[in-house]
Write a protein that binds this ligand. Structure first.
Ligand code: HPA
Ligand code: ZN
Length: 330
């Protein structure tokens, strides 16, 4: 199995979290910002736990101050993803970081990101679509402003709405208004749940926000009735095994519940979340899953097809990507 050449579909990637550390250091240097405390001696991002990770993430993101910075970021991120064999990427974008939730500014950032994505598509053969995310620990009022930005720019490129951030702050139902607005604008919905919260957090996201996909969702494994319900209802989990291992949810890939969930018929997909933070790439996720569960090319092809089915883009885009999944030279 030649992992890098297997065509992959990634549904859960935070754009700023995918920024290579050297890229952020370069921006900091240009802007004369001292961010040396964010990096370890070998140049990697340094953080203690998930909550510290969120702080480092936001500090690193403070170097991204103009639409041109996001243009460069999109190119750098998509080049990395394409090198892992990703042909379609759905990426979380945050108006909070792109112009402070001001609609006019958000449109300018979006324009720059789309231009970079078009260039990357020509250069690297990877297609990008955006899922606007509000940030849970910024609170429901800011989420409403974010949802308005999302609703106003919904279309063939901004295809979804979601929520990221600290799962331990507030409740999904606090964000219902924002999710209703996004749904009414035609956006498809996903929410982070079941990573730092247990099975009830997955139920709350499904029932209170009516999302069709769950970011992570892995802690549903603590309630097998819920796992079977996810399988029956066809709820798609955006599973990020390397992220969960890096943050200490599970000690190794072998201990990760994705194997059991797949066997019980849950629609699992594979993503990297914030790859340089978690020392991973899509190719590495595949390698580790192959080692842990003996998954072969057939399993990965099945997962890539299911991921594309669960993507939020339009049917024309899906047909184009499907053709790429079918032309694997084994
Ligand atoms: N989880 C939750 N919120 C986030 C993440 C993440 O991995 N990255 C950026 N915001
Ligand atoms: Zn995430």
């Amino acid at each position: 199995m030649n992992v890098p050449t297997l065509p992959k579909v990634e549904l859960h990637l935070h754009l700023e979290g995918a920024a290579p550390p050297a890229f952020i250091r370069g921006l900091a240097r240009e802007k004369k910002m001292d961010l040396s405390g964010l990096f370890s001696e070998n140049g990697a991002y340094r953080y203690k736990d998930f909550w510290d990770f969120l702080k480092v993430y936001e500090a690193a993101t403070s170097t991204l101050q103009r639409p041109e910075d996001y243009h460069r970021l999109v190119l750098a991120v998509l080049e990395e993803s394409a090198a892992s064999g990703v042909v379609y990427s759905e990426t979380f974008l945050s108006p909070d970081f792109c112009g402070g939730r001001d609609l006019g500014a958000w449109r300018e950032y979006l324009h720059a990101m789309r231009e970079a994505a078009d260039q990357a598509e020509r250069q690297f053969g990877i297609t990008l679509r955006g899922v606007v995310t509000c940030i849970r620990h910024f609170g429901p009022e800011k989420a409403r402003q974010t949802a308005r930005c999302a609703a106003e720019t919904a279309g063939d490129w901004i295809v979804g709405f979601g929520i990221a951030g600290d799962e331990k702050v507030g409740q999904p139902k606090d964000f219902r208004w924002s999710f209703d607005l996004a749904r009414e604008a035609g956006l498809r919905l996903t929410a982070h749940a079941g990573e730092w919260g247990g099975p009830d957090s997955v139920r709350a996201a499904l029932n209170d926000l009516e999302v069709e996909r769950i970011g992570h969702g892995v802690r549903a494994i603590e309630d097998l009735a819920l796992v079977d319900e996810l399988a029956e209802r066809g709820v798609v989990l955006e599973v990020c095994p390397g992220s969960n291992v890096a943050l200490g949810l599970y000690p190794t890939f072998r201990d990760h519940p994705i194997g059991t969930m797949f066997d019980r018929g849950v629609k699992v997909t594979i993503s990297t979340d914030d790859p340089p933070f978690f020392h991973t790439t899509m190719a590495r996720e595949y390698e580790e899953l192959h080692r842990a569960f003996d998954w072969d090319e057939g399993v990965f092809e099945k997962i890539a097809r299911a991921s594309l089915d669960a993507a939020f883009c339009d049917d024309d885009t899906k047909s184009k990507i499907r053709a790429k999944l079918e032309t694997v030279d084994a």
